[in-house]
Design a protein around this ligand. Structure first.
Ligand code: AVJ
Length: 329
């Protein structure tokens, strides 16, 4: 037998499973039966889709990931000098590549390292956590498998203060109304004196925006079309991927990139496991994603209204991307 209880140790990794809403079937039926047709962007991220998204982040035309990383390098230490010691909760942590800038800052300031990644993919969560644990010997990870739709509001707390992080301009996938609801839920889930760190893509010259979603190597097109391959696989469908094309453009009125899949001919598609027939006219589209681009003043106003006033904002020198540190009042 070992000593008398003095060796008690805490496991460095725990992953908790919150049930993810099972609405995939219904969402597909609803979207493909609507006029105009649409599918929710969260369904891009099967294994191939997640891999293609990582490839998008490395594209020369896709500036957001690299620009946000650059900002984080400068901002990380000042962020924690503002917040003081706190636990780090990240929504949609994914590969957690950018998280290392934040963890490095915690190390540098000699603060405790408690990281709570929240992601829908248990495999990505597990592998990114293991990599971080190997790189940061003082780190404790309490991962949660969940989607963004509210379960994270009930996360157990490990430190008295929390920094909730939502990076990569994922907020841009929400409509204005959804965005307000989501941010209100975030404000609601935080306690006074907690902090919220938000990374958002900003409005800029249209050619730059459109190039980021129409890359010359066709990776974004493959990412978009993969959604049809996924539906074929999951619902035994017969989408002919050569009869659809990727279409992305900037909608100036709504300040958003829109991605669609456009039918090249009149055609009929059958998804056997849904017993669903979908008719397409030539040129008809499925709207697969909106990626809104933000105005910092406008967004700051909304955050303040919701009880999350901005305490500091960082941007890259070109003003392409913004990082907002907000404090729960
Ligand atoms: C992960 C939603 C921020 O909107 O730029 C990249 C997804 N889609 N290229 C974005 C995406 C096409 C990305 N977000």
């Amino acid at each position: 037998m070992r000593g008398v209880g003095l060796m008690l140790s805490i496991p460095r990794l725990e992953i908790q499973d919150f049930p993810v809403a099972q609405t995939y079937r219904q969402d597909v039926v609803t979207g493909l039966s609507s006029i105009p047709k649409f599918l929710q962007p969260k369904y891009f991220y099967d294994e191939t889709g997640s891999r293609l998204f990582e490839a998008i982040c490395e594209l020369p035309e896709y500036y957001p990931t690299r620009t946000e990383a650059l900002i984080l390098q400068t901002a990380a230490v000042p962020i924690f000098q503002t917040t003081g010691p706190c636990e780090l909760v990240e929504l949609g942590s994914g590969s957690a590549t950018k998280t290392t800038y934040l963890l490095d800052a915690l190390v540098q300031l000699q603060y405790p390292l408690v990281y709570v990644p929240v992601d829908v993919s248990p495999t990505i969560l597990q592998s990114s956590a293991e990599r971080l644990l190997a790189d940061y010997p003082q780190l404790i990870v309490r991962g949660v498998v969940a989607d963004y739709e509210g379960v994270w509001a009930r996360l157990p707390r490990f430190e008295s203060r929390r920094l909730l992080v939502f990076l990569g301009s994922t907020l841009g996938n929400f409509s204005q109304a959804e965005c307000e609801t989501f941010l209100a839920k975030i404000a609601d889930s935080l306690q006074p004196q907690d902090y919220f760190l938000l990374g958002v893509d900003l409005r800029k010259a249209v050619p730059l925006l459109e190039a980021a979603y129409n890359d010359s190597q066709g990776v974004t097109a493959a990412f978009n079309l993969n959604l049809l391959a996924r539906l074929n696989r999951d619902f035994d469908g017969n989408f002919d991927l050569t009869q659809f094309e990727h279409w992305a453009f900037y909608n100036k009125q709504l300040h958003q990139i829109e991605m669609h899949l456009r039918s090249l001919c009149p055609q009929s598609v059958y998804l056997s496991k849904l017993d669903l027939t979908v008719e397409f006219a030539a040129g008809e589209t499925i709207h697969t994603e909106s990626s809104r681009k933000f105005d910092l003043t406008e967004l700051g106003g909304l955050l303040t209204e919701l009880g999350l006033p901005t305490v500091k904002v960082w941007q890259d020198p070109q003003g392409w991307f913004g990082l907002l540190l907000c404090r729960r009042t």
